[in-house]
Design a binder for this molecule. Structure first.
Ligand code: ZN
Length: 300
């Protein structure tokens, strides 16, 4: 008897996608989007971010969105928090999970949050204590984990140090991010294999951006090497033309098509996801990067 293969997709479009889009996505439409996504069978949705509204004005309505959605039982709703102030604001909402972040690259971390990696981790430990005391789940991003536009390849020692720090603060899941789309499939598979030998006491997710068209190839190579949790963004939105290398996450529909066609269950309803993608396209008045959105799934 063979065990059915499964994969968990984490929808990050409402946060990672919309934060890079030009203009403001109206709050009621964000709520509608998150509610539609939760109807698709997704168990994990990153809804928004508590980064300062000056830095990310697109998500200045974080609290309103989290209070406005109809929470579906069994779905974990998440929000990105950069620091204690963001954490406190998030904890006033019904959010289930807080997502922390630090860069694997010193230079990128300094440019992003004006702190060293060690300083960031010390601050995140305080955030983690508060979140855990409030009974929230914790996700920890390691951004630029696959490569940094300033420093190039990231040594595994740096990843190990951050994973150890996250594990020590009780982070439930680490998400390794290919923030600027520098990963390639062999590298991704090697990293997946290295991680699976580590015996890490936290779940491991991979988060790819499709900047150079290698997103799905990286997902497939990582899956074959043992990773079972992947981030995706409905329609493939995100990607600011003014930020170097920033481009949307791998599209949720493309990922569902990839896995389901290979016989790996995602547990997701394609047509509902397609409606969610259509909503995004309508509000942003944009053509989506998604391939499967226009084509639909193959008919056999
Ligand atoms: Zn990202």
């Amino acid at each position: 008897m063979t065990v059915a293969e499964k994969v968990t997709l984490v929808e990050v479009g409402p946060r990672d996608g919309l934060q890079y889009e030009q203009g403001f996505f109206p709050t009621p439409r964000k709520i509608e989007l998150v509610d539609l996504l939760s109807q698709s069978g997704l168990k994990r949705i990153e809804v928004t971010s508590f980064v300062h509204p000056k830095a990310v004005p697109q998500l200045a309505d974080a609290g309103e969105v989290l209070r406005g959605i109809s929470k579906k039982p069994g779905v974990t709703y998440s929000a990105l928090v950069p620091n204690l102030a963001g954490c406190r604001a998030a904890l006033e909402t019904p959010v289930d999970e807080l997502a922390l972040f630090v860069s694997a690259s010193e230079t990128h971390n300094r440019k992003n949050v004006n702190r060293s990696v060690a300083e960031s981790l010390a601050g995140l430990a305080q955030v983690a204590r508060q979140a855990k005391a409030a009974g929230r789940r914790l996700r920890g991003y390691i951004i630029t984990a696959f490569g940094c536009p300033y420093e190039g390849r990231i040594a595994k020692d740096k990843l190990r140090a951050i994973l150890e720090a996250y594990a020590a603060m009780g982070v439930d899941e680490a998400a390794l991010g290919d923030t600027t789309g520098m990963a390639n499939p062999r590298q991704a598979a090697q990293l997946a294999a290295w991680l699976s030998q580590g015996g890490w006491p936290l779940d491991l997710a991979f988060h790819f951006h499709d900047s150079r068209g290698l997103g799905l190839a990286n997902v497939l190579a990582s899956y074959e090497a043992g990773i079972r949790i992947f981030d995706c963004s409905v329609g493939g939105v995100g990607g600011c033309p003014t930020a170097i290398g920033a481009s949307g996450n791998v599209d949720t529909l493309d990922m569902v098509n990839l896995f389901e066609e290979m016989g790996v269950s995602t547990g997701l309803e394609f047509e509902i996801l397609r409606r969610a993608a259509a909503l995004v396209a309508e509000v942003l008045q944009t053509r989506l990067p998604s391939r499967t959105f226009g084509q639909g799934r193959p008919r056999w």
